[in-house]
Structures are given as structure tokens and as C-alpha cells.
Design a protein around this ligand. Structure first.
Ligand code: GLY
Length: 422
């Protein structure tokens, strides 16, 4: 079999790794890929947003399945284009991808269907946004640019001045470009954040193990927001009772709302949840697997990944039992000097541990230049380990992280630590 994975991060390395592990004879192509994916197959030098070139490549090479990692090509309609050309692809279509592509669309949908979410409103002008922010003078306040903003479009303002500044940055200065044509303002909800990944074929669904990402740059959840500095799964606090509430109060009503709206979602729906004193509330929808959550979910999967992806595409997920190993996985993100604002690139990386039966180092921002593996992005590597105890998986992930030599690297030292408190 021949597979194309679209993307170049740790998540896409994890998809490619899992496909190859299940099927060692498979031919793996990754566009554009990284130094890690190059070891599994062939990198294809096409940008994730160059949809025409991706379709042209797939028409020529005829992969048996294309798997889309990041949100940008999904929101741009890569699935619709592939399907129109008769090319098998895994991921939601453009209409469904709006759930991540437009915060305003999603907020209106959540409010319309009475789904659990923070009180808030949507705006098309800075003046109206400012008036609302001042009238609802309750801080922190959450301000979201409508469109995709490379993970930077959500600002938590602690004061009225910070809120006003954020509104002006988003809607007047247009720091996120057209993503700031509209915006959402909502109440800040205190609680425990968790990542809820739902595999759905538009008819039924399967819940994947509940995971937790660590979004802040520094230990103790300090510093600026990032794309994610590490993750673990399953979260020990996700008891059967908690999972039953997530399904009954969030997943099922959300999928019912999608049906009422005519949204045909087939793929991975990642619901960002905050568990407040009032129970679970929806923070956001993502229309793809989380990065770094995918790096901890895929090593735990006992069912071959391709069987799951095919069942989703063919809308027979209900008949499939997805098994997970009863283990815990931990991944630590190794980030570049200067990340997230100005990640330095071009640093040489050495001493990357070999894959073993319970460890793999997923690559994100890396590139192979001759004999050297160089950093090429903000989140560079995610050493991942799994085992019977969360604590030992954590130790193993860190033991491997510490072996890697990379100038200026930064990583958190408290991934999966004190999880009962998070
Ligand atoms: N882990 C955060 C994200 O994938 O959006």
C-alpha cells in the first residue's frame, strides 16, 4: 500500500510512523515532511497549502490513502479537491473544517444549540467589541480572532487595558491579517483543561483516550501560550464517570448539532474542554488530531491505524472496535531557542536515541542537510515513551530527552507531573 501524509510536524511523523509500523511494506510519502519522516519513506517537497500541487502529485502517484495532519489544508478544502478527483483522503471537508477555521461560526453554533460554552458574543467592528468588553468588565476576558492565526489568535486579557489593546491589535492593526475581520469575546472559565479526541464517520463515533496538553511555555503553567509543550494519555483523572459525562453532555449533543446543521464531519474532532465547577464546557473545536496529543495517542492504539481510517471513510465505524493498549504514554516537546516568538533555526541536533519497543523520538521542525539533522522550526522534537505506569513513562520520556544534544533547546520539566492537580 502507498500512503501520503500531509504535514511536517510531530503529529504527521506520528501518523507516518504508525502506518509504517502496522504495515512495514507500505510506501510512505510525507509532504513536505521532516528529517524524521525521511527515515520512514520519501519526503515530497510540496507545501501543505499548495493544494493544486498536492492533487497533481496524488493523481500521478495514486496513494491508496492520503492523511491530512494540519488544519490549514483542511480549511482550504484539500479533502473536497481530492474527493472531486476520486482520490481517497482522510479528514473533514471544507464546510466541516470551518469549525476550526472560524471561531465566530463555532461560537454562534454553540450558542444556537445551547451547548455548554462560556457566555460570549461575536463582533464585526472594533467599536462594538470595545463597548461589549467595557460593559462586561469581568476579567480575565478571552479575546479570539475569528480565523486561523497559527495558534496565536486567542488572547487572555487580565485587565480592561489589555482587552482594549487586544481588540485594537486584532481588528484595527490586523496583526493576524484577515483572521481579525471578526472576533469573539467570551468569559474566562477556570478549571481543568483536557483534550477530547473523537473519531467520527458522520454517523457514529468512538472516543479516544482523554489526553492533556501543556500549552504554556514554562513549568508551572507560566509564560506565553504555545502550540503545546508536552502531553500524556490517558489522563488518570478521566474516570468512567467523567467519560460518561463527557459523552452525554458534550460529544453526543455536539454531533447531534452537527447533524441538524448538515455538517458531515468525517475525521478526528478534537474538542478542547475545560472542566469547571459547573461541569465540562467547550473551549474550541479542532478538526484534526492535536499536536502533541497525537504523539501519545497513536503509540497506545492496538488496532491498526489504517483500519480505523478506512472505517471512518467508509462510514462503518460503528462496526469497528478500536482497542488501546492499557498503558500510559508521555511526550515532551523540545522547543527552539526563542520559541514561540522568534524560534531560532539551523541548530545541529545529535545523539537522538534510536527507536525501541517503548520509545520513539518524533520529529517536528527538523531538516536533514547532508549528514546533519538541523532544527527548522519552533517545536523541534517530541521524545515519547509508553509503559504500564505514568510515572515510569514520564521518566523514560525525560531520560531520552536529556540524551539529545541541541544548542539553546528549551523544554518543560513538569510534563505529566502532579497530574491530579492539573
Ligand atoms: N495541542 C494543541 C493543538 O493541537 O491545537
Amino acid at each position: 500500500m502507498k500512503y501520503l501524509v500531509i504535514g511536517s510536524g510531530g503529529r504527521e511523523h506520528a501518523f507516518a510512523w504508525r502506518l509504517k509500523k502496522d504495515e512495514p511494506d507500505a510506501q510512505i510519502f510525507v509532504a513536505p515532511g521532516n528529517a524524521g519522516t525521511a527515515q520512514l519513506g520519501t519526503n515530497v517537497p510540496i507545501a501543505v497549502t499548495d493544494l493544486e500541487a498536492l492533487v497533481a502529485w496524488a493523481e500521478k502517484e495514486k496513494p491508496d490513502l492520503t492523511v491530512v495532519g494540519p488544519e490549514a489544508p483542511l480549511c482550504a478544502g484539500v479533502v473536497d479537491l481530492f474527493e472531486a478527483a476520486g482520490l481517497p483522503i482522510f479528514g473533514p471537508n471544507k464546510a466541516a473544517a470551518r469549525l476550526e477555521g472560524s471561531k465566530v461560526y463555532t461560537k454562534n453554533l454553540l450558542l444556537k444549540h445551547g451547548l455548554p460554552t462560556a457566555p460570549g458574543a461575536c463582533f464585526t467592528s472594533a467599536a462594538d467589541a470595545l463597548a461589549y468588553s467595557r460593559a462586561h468588565a469581568q476579567f480575565p476576558q478571552v479575546l479570539k480572532a475569528d480565523g486561523l492565526a497559527a495558534g496565536k489568535g486567542v488572547i487572555i486579557a487580565k485587565t480592561a487595558t489589555e482587552a482594549e489593546d487586544a481588540i485594537r491589535q486584532i481588528m484595527d492593526a490586523r496583526v493576524f491579517g484577515d483572521a481579525g475581520n471578526e472576533m469573539v469575546i467570551e468569559d474566562f472559565l477556570p478549571g481543568r483543561e483536557m483534550s477530547v479526541h473523537v473519531m467520527t464517520d458522520g454517523i457514529g463515533y468512538k472516543l479516544l483516550p482523554i489526553s492533556q496538553d501543556h500549552k504554556k511555555l514554562l513549568d508551572g503553567d507560566q509564560g506565553p501560550n504555545t502550540g503545546g509543550m508536552g502531553a500524556y494519555a490517558p489522563a488518570p483523572f478521566a474516570t468512567p464517570e467523567l467519560i460518561a459525562r463527557l459523552e452525554g453532555e458534550i460529544v453526543e449533543p455536539v454531533l447531534a448539532a452537527f447533524k441538524k446543521e448538515g455538517i458531515d464531519f468525517r475525521g478526528i474532532l478534537y474538542i478542547g474542554i475545560i472542566w469547571t465547577a459547573a461541569g465540562p464546557q467547550i473551549l474550541e473545536f479542532n478538526v484534526r488530531g492535536g499536536d502533541p496529543e497525537t504523539q501519545v495517542l497513536l503509540p497506545l492504539l492496538a488496532t491498526p491505524l489504517i483500519e480505523v481510517l478506512r472505517a471512518v471513510r467508509e462510514q462503518r465505524l460503528g462496526a469497528l472496535t478500536i482497542e488501546f493498549q492499557k498503558l500510559y504514554a508521555v511526550t515532551v516537546v523540545m522547543a527552539a531557542h526563542g520559541y514561540p516568538d522568534k524560534p531560532r533555526t539551523g541548530d545541529v541536533i545529535t545523539q537522538i536515541p534510536e527507536e525501541s519497543s517503548n520509545v520513539v523520538v518524533f520529529h517536528g521542525g527538523t531538516v536533514q542537510k547532508g549528514n546533519n539533522c538541523l532544527s527548522s522550526g519552533g517545536r523541534i522534537l517530541s521524545p515519547t515513551a509508553w509503559g504500564e505506569e505514568l510515572t515510569t513513562s514520564r521518566q523514560e520520556a525525560y531520560r531520552n530527552t536529556e540524551k539529545i544534544v541541541l544548542a539553546g533547546v528549551h523544554y518543560r520539566c513538569d510534563i505529566a507531573d502532579n497530574v491530579s492537580l492539573r
